[in-house]
Design a protein around this ligand. Structure first.
Ligand code: AMP
Length: 201
């Protein structure tokens, strides 16, 4: 039997805001996957690394404050990141959602984000892109980006281990963590990420 009921008018369908957090160390493919997902879903990718590098290039007060950290390749102080993100997510292009690439990176940042999001904090999808350490080292040793040169690859991974992996427990505890195997062909990873975010995975 054909269901003859009219479809609901588009504006009566509640629009779910897609808010995604990407976790994963340097070399896991986070930036690439976040960019693909952003295109597929039509919501902006917010890369804190890109924003900080741009602030530095433009010589803004934020850029100046972040400079010594960016030069060393260590984490920029939490309050600078929290202020930057608080402003950024208010931009009109974030009205339908956003993909956070590179934030939060510490527990205080995750707590600040939770507070900022308020009652919808648990609606965030947290994607943890997992790649074995050996493979990360292999990928990173061939990369050679400017901010990679001062802090050796091993140290970058160790800083991630020390300061960012506690977030895995933080989000697991809240039932928000989705683990994704990043040690596979890129298209397979993208397909799984898309399915998860669309609620099919
Ligand atoms: P990325 O391109 O994500 O590797 O970020 C480049 C650099 O920006 C990092 O090495 C840090 O110095 C800084 N940075 C980016 N995101 C954060 C964050 N959430 N917290 C602290 N520092 C950050």
């Amino acid at each position: 039997m054909v269901d003859a009921r009219p479809l609901p008018a588009p504006d009566s369908v509640p629009q779910r805001r897609l808010r995604v957090i990407f976790l994963g160390p340097a070399g896991a493919g986070k930036g690439t996957q976040a960019a693909r997902l952003s295109e597929l879903l039509g919501v902006p990718r917010i890369s804190t690394g890109d924003m900080l590098r741009e602030a530095l290039r433009q010589g803004t007060p934020l850029g100046k404050a972040a400079e010594p950290y960016l030069e060393k390749g260590t984490l920029v102080p939490d309050h600078l990141l929290v202020n930057m993100i608080t402003d950024r997510v208010k931009d009109p292009d974030c009205a339908r959602g956003y993909i956070l690439d590179g934030f939060p990176r510490t527990l205080p940042q995750a707590e600040a984000l939770e507070e900022l999001a308020g009652p919808v904090a648990r609606e965030f999808v947290v994607l943890n892109l997992e790649v074995p350490r050996d493979e990360l080292l292999r990928r990173l040793s061939g990369r050679g980006r400017e901010d990679d040169k001062d802090l050796p690859v091993e140290k970058r991974l160790q800083e991630y281990e020390d300061r960012t992996t506690p977030l895995v427990e933080f989000y697991k505890h809240r039932g928000m963590l989705r683990r994704v195997n990043g040690f596979r062909p890129m298209d397979e990873v993208s397909a799984e990420l898309k399915a998860i975010v669309e609620g099919r995975g």
